[in-house]
Design a protein around this ligand. Structure first.
Ligand code: ADP
Length: 212
């Protein structure tokens, strides 16, 4: 967060002397209270200062970085996820490639007949089989995919920050957003309810940067 010279001065005064009234700050800066009002409003809204009636302003003790972190950790995966693009595991690799182009995504999620997550296919997986020279019409995508349980997933209720750490640690472009459901014999299976990609994160980054 960029502060003006005057806002930085106000912050210094409040840090050193708070709680302090706006009249006292104005006096020290040789300004009127009216001139200071927008600056005090910005510093309070940004969470750097706190104001108490009849007591005055005091420093919140939070650094701008900590405030950004707090705001970031409030955003849930479910708030920013995109629509998932899924294909059945018996779909041909040729058809999966066409889907990837038509849907304009870099990652496809593979499900079985019951709609349960089986795996993930990325662009590089498809490039690899293309150079392999196999008959793509006959090769099911289920053979090409990275399969469960090796798929990194995200929960709609977890924070974007937690899920983003998983994107980074697994070095992948997207995570299927899933909800656990009962599978055969009581086993846990996953229903795909969304897609969290690096693009979602970049979009959120831009929004936070704009101060929205
Ligand atoms: P790209 O192929 O475009 O580099 P990724 O980096 O996402 O895309 O994929 C790299 C490898 O990781 C591929 O083999 C892919 O199948 C696998 N992969 C992609 N997403 C996931 C995920 N969420 N969990 C586990 N593996 C994944």
């Amino acid at each position: 967060m960029d502060l003006t010279k005057r806002q930085e001065l106000i912050l210094e005064i409040v840090k050193a002397q708070g709680p302090i009234t706006s009249e006292q700050i104005a006096e020290q800066l040789k300004l009127t209270r009216a001139t200071l009002r927008p600056d005090l409003a910005i510093l309070t809204m940004a969470g750097l200062l706190e104001a108490r009636p009849r007591v005055g302003y005091y420093f919140s003790g939070k650094s701008p970085n900590r405030i950004v972190a707090q705001r970031l950790r409030r955003v849930k995966v479910g708030d920013i996820k995109s629509v998932p693009v899924v294909v059945r595991d018996d779909t041909s690799t040729h058809s999966a490639i066409i889907t990837m182009f038509l849907e304009d995504v870099g990652t496809l999620f593979v499900v079985n007949e019951q709609g349960h997550l089986q795996g993930v296919v990325s662009r590089k997986d498809l490039l690899k089989v293309c150079v392999g020279g196999q008959d793509l019409h006959k090769l099911p995508i289920g053979v090409v995919m990275t399969r469960m349980p090796n798929v990194a997933m995200a929960d709609p209720d977890e924070t974007v920050w937690q899920a983003a750490k998983r994107l980074v640690s697994h070095e992948v472009d997207a995570l299927p957003v899933v909800k656990p459901v009962q599978g055969p014999g009581g086993a846990v299976r996953y229903e795909v309810v969304g897609r969290l990609s690096k693009t979602n994160i970049a979009r959120l980054f831009v929004e936070l940067g704009e101060g929205d």
